[in-house]
Ligand binder design. Sequence first.
Ligand code: SF4
Length: 193
Amino acid sequence: MGVVNDVLDDGVAGLTHNVITGRLEDLVNWSRSRSSWPATFGLACCAIEMMATGAAHYDMSRFGMEVFRASPRQADIMIVAGRVSQKMAPVLRQVYDQMMEPKWVISMGVCASSGGMFNNYAIVQGVDQVVPVDVYAPGCPPSPETLIHAIETLHQKIEDGELMKRRVATGAGANIHVSEIPAAATPVLLGIR
Ligand code: SF4
């Protein structure tokens, strides 16, 4: 093993860090956190709130996320917005598999996270049975504020670099649960986060 093999195996994190490469990894994580593009993928009523989050009032482009990619190969984040039927689960997994690494998953709403009120054989009782989930956004539906809270939490974890190491080590998602924010409880702030 040498520097080249370490980088091939682990990316920038595999470098033996000095003051320059240490900063380089920070820069890569910072850029990843601010240019994560979601896959165009909505399953049920939660997707309406996801679309509202992308529209003018909430303006996801503030976070470098204005482009919902039509191709999973150009997407970093899967927002599972709505209940996952048994029939849809393999399709969801295929979309996830087609996304390039590194990639992350947000489970949006109680139906995606646990089946919600659809406690029956037709609905998957938690999308974590299909893909590793990094952040759970609660609510029925989660308000755009809640989804932004989940996105910002994920961005912070990507920037910290901790998530990448955990994914490589265990293959599991970060499993973070954020709290619900009622719609329009606070003004939508622009500027620093
Ligand atoms: S959590 Fe509520 S809004 Fe979202 S898919 Fe389920 S029923 Fe619809």
